[in-house]
Design a protein around this ligand. Sequence first.
Ligand SMILES: NC(=O)c1ccc[n+]([C@@H]2O[C@H](COP(=O)([O-])OP(=O)(O)OC[C@H]3O[C@@H](n4cnc5c(N)ncnc54)[C@H](OP(=O)(O)O)[C@@H]3O)[C@@H](O)[C@H]2O)c1
Ligand SMILES: [Zn+2]
Ligand SMILES: [Zn+2]
Length: 352
Amino acid sequence: MYNAKAYSAGSASSPLASTRISRRDPAEHDVQIEILFCGICHSDLHQVRNQWQSVMPTVYPCVPGHEIVGRVTKVGSAVNTFKPGDLAAVGCMVDADLTCPQCQAHLEQFCPNCVLTYNGPDKHLGGVTYGGYSDSIVVKDHFVLRVPPNLNLAGTAPLLCAGITTYSPLRHWGVTKGKKVGIVGLGGLGHMGVKLAHAMAAHVVAFTTSPGKKVDAQRLGADEVVISRNANEMAQHTGSFDFILDAVAAEHDINAYISLLRRDGNITMVGAPEKPLPVSVFGLIMARRSFSGSVIGGIAETQEMLDFCGSHNITADVEVIPIQKVNEAYERLLKSDVKYRFSIDMASLKSE
Ligand SMILES: NC(=O)c1ccc[n+]([C@@H]2O[C@H](COP(=O)([O-])OP(=O)(O)OC[C@H]3O[C@@H](n4cnc5c(N)ncnc54)[C@H](OP(=O)(O)O)[C@@H]3O)[C@@H](O)[C@H]2O)c1
Ligand SMILES: [Zn+2]
Ligand SMILES: [Zn+2]
């Protein structure tokens, strides 16, 4: 065991603050990584404030962070995919049984024994896992990803959650050239959804509540932008979408989007608001539409997404911050005031 620097929250109402945590020494299948950048996902905020207590209550202290890029510092004797000095990335999962039907289908995110990067059961040290708001992490090799060498590292970190969470449902629902695709909510996830759907050659319509993001949305790759609070703008798209990806973190009117789907169209939720959303069954049955959900993506698909981003030169638009600004960043996240992902420069942790 060794000590690592980190930022943790002590309760649902306390700010994140500097701390020391224990990490395990790398075992034979482990990769130890010096963390260079970690993105701030809205899920970090939901978990730190225990907003998902009915499904996954937060254990304190909580060290969030699951959009990790860094450099390998040490590998176990059985690791042959990474060596010290290599770039490496870690997303939302750090373990799974790798034997169940979900794992065999390369869908580790659905494994009953999947261990999340933070707030998951830590079978090595006891207690819960600690995430990427830290200077180092030790992860089983299967869950460590390769970083394309051409990508900017601060902008690559958010691909590990925001990237895969939008890439996976776009692929699953067959988004290709010529499909009309809506992306709802231009935050960390949504702005990646726009970039990725554009790179898949879809006709992309971005829905935003923030008129100030309209020009940006076009620059990110949207063919059209709809201000979702304007009923007339919404009505112009009735019955026309093949697929809509909803990445909104708060309560909102999902039925307004269901009515925009064509016959057999699908809307998938990746946003995970604290409270349930009321769904109009008539909106679904009258046009055989479907409403579904998706959570991150498997490890093989995460690598596929990173390689896709490497070949299309796609990274997140980031505002790089020192870790000392993390609490301020959380407040801004609640106001939809980030373009479009905070990425923590972990060098700032050295002075703590
Ligand atoms: N399913 C998964 O695997 C997965 C993975 C990661 C995150 N998530 C969840 O996905 C959600 C989004 O995460 P994120 O990191 O992208 O968050 P984010 O950066 O805060 O973006 C959320 C966006 O939603 C829109 N929005 C916020 N409040 C709204 C409201 N009251 N009504 C309508 N729109 C609103 C805003 O976009 P505009 O300003 O454009 O309206 C905002 O930028 C969170 O709930 C997060 O926990 C799920
Ligand atoms: Zn996330
Ligand atoms: Zn499994």
